[in-house]
Each structure stands twice: as C-alpha cells, then as structure tokens.
Design a protein. Structure first.
Length: 277
C-alpha cells in the first residue's frame, strides 16, 4: 500500500477511477436535469457554464448534455467491469492450463488465441456484434472475447516461468495435487502482472464499447452511452461541437485513469522502477 501511495501515476489513476465510480453510483442525484426529457425549443443550446441552466448545453432534442454524460458513465463502467471480469476468468484459467499442462493442450489453446489475435480487435468485436445483433449484452460479450488472448498469454508466460521454481517442486514432493499447486501457489505469485493487464484491459474495453455504440452496434436508445452521444453529435460537430467534445473528454479521462493505474501498478511490481514515479 505504501508503494501505491508513493506512485503518482497509480494515485492519479485511482482518483480518476474513483470519480467515475462515484459519478456512476450517484448519477441520478448529480444530474441537474432528467437526461431523457426532450425540449425541442431548447435544442442545441450552447454551454452556459456553472450557474447556468444547461452547464454543458443541450443536444438536438433539447436534452441536457451534462445529465446524459453522468448517466452514460454507468454503461461504460458496467461494460468495462463485466467484460474485463469475463476475460480475466477465462484468460487466467486457459493460460494457467496451457502453461502448466503443456503439450497438445498448450498447442490447441494457444493456436486458438493466435487465431483471435489474427483479427484486429475492433473489427472482430464489430463482426461478433453484427452477427449476434446490437445491444449492451452482446457488446459486453464481444469486448470480453477480444480481450481474452492478452490475459491468456500473460498468465501462460507467468506459469511457465514459475512452474520450475523450487516451491513448486517442493509441493510436488509433498504430494500436493496439480490443481492445488497451480491455483493455490503458482497463480498467487502471478497476481501482480495479471492485475496490471486487467487494469489496462478496462481502458481498452471502454474505448471498444464507445466505438461499437458510435457505430450503432452497442447501446441502443433509450440507453445512454458516451459512444452513442458521439454518434448523435457528429452531424452537428461544426455548429454544436460541445455535443462531441464533452462525451469525448469523458472517455479520454476515464481511459487515462485506468492506463495510469496500470502503469503505476507495473512500476510498483518492478523493484527497479518502484518508487520512481
């Protein structure tokens, strides 16, 4: 914990992510207006700043942009957490089995991962959602699928490096089962790099979801998402740039938070870099 507090990158990331979580939880309270209420007479209102009726302006339907950004944070956080959690579970299990068992099992698992990695992640996610149909659930599934290979590779490499260590040989000599050695000893010592990859995957999941929603394949009306807000605002980007600017900034700072956290955790786990940032 003391190294985490000393890391400027990690602490900045924690603060940004903490703000996102609080916003997502208390969005209904923080939102100054109903994000779904339309007022066509107040459409395309320019940002009025703090103290104004519409702090960040309104969209083409007269809906408050700030309120929609606050409520939209829930979709981004939900998809990021769920997709990363699913990819973490499957990636760790597959990577651990591949690295520890080896042989044909390792070859099959890694060739499947190579096949997934052969496609650009965003194009694969688009193909999956286009096949299954648009929606938040299918977007979660697509984002999780494209992030599994990265987690699998990291876990496998850690298991390959640790399974020859003396504590593993000692466990084998004591008669411990392979499952106990793998999940109770090897994976415990692989936790740090896996956590770093999971943190970075969160940021990638948010950008992928925003891309899918921007293309009309993610969240569907009336569900609010930052990517969907960007899509709706692109037609008026010259006359009403605030419709794309503020949702875009929300995505940028959220992804930056997760990336800084991952960068800080990586430095903390590396004795050569620990305490330098």
């Amino acid at each position: 914990m003391k190294y985490l507090l000393r890391s400027k990158s990690a602490m900045t990331g924690v603060i940004l992510i903490g703000i996102l979580i609080l916003v997502a939880i208390f969005a209904d309270i923080l939102a100054p207006h109903d994000p779904y209420t339309m007022d066509i007479w107040n459409s395309y209102r320019a940002p009025e700043g703090v103290g104004g009726t519409y702090i960040l302006g309104t969209d083409d339907m007269g809906r408050d942009v700030l309120s929609r950004i606050l409520v939209g944070s829930r979709v981004s956080l939900l998809i990021a957490v769920t997709a990363t959690g699913v990819s973490l579970i499957f990636g760790v299990v597959l990577g651990a089995i591949a690295g520890y068992v080896g042989g044909v099992i390792d070859t099959i698992i890694m060739r499947i991962m190579d096949l997934i990695l052969a496609f650009p992640s965003i194009l694969l996610a688009i193909a999956i959602v286009a096949t299954m149909g648009p929606g938040v659930i299918n977007a979660m599934f697509a984002v999780a699928i494209v992030r599994i290979p990265a987690m699998t590779r990291v876990t496998r490499s850690m298991v390959l490096g640790l399974k020859e260590e003396e504590f593993v040989m000692a466990g084998t000599a004591l008669g411990l089962t392979n499952r106990r050695i793998l999940f109770r000893h090897i994976l415990i010592n692989s936790f740090a790099p896996i956590l770093v990859v999971a943190s970075l995957n969160m940021g990638t999941a948010i950008t992928t979801e925003a891309t899918l929603s921007f293309l009309g394949l993610g969240a569907q009306p009336p569900v609010i998402s930052w990517g969907r807000m960007l899509a709706l605002g692109r037609e008026a980007i010259r006359t009403a740039p605030h419709l794309t600017l503020y949702p875009g900034l929300a995505i940028v700072f959220t992804v930056l938070g997760f990336n800084l956290l991952g960068d800080g955790l990586r430095d903390i786990g590396d004795p050569a870099l620990r305490g330098q940032k």
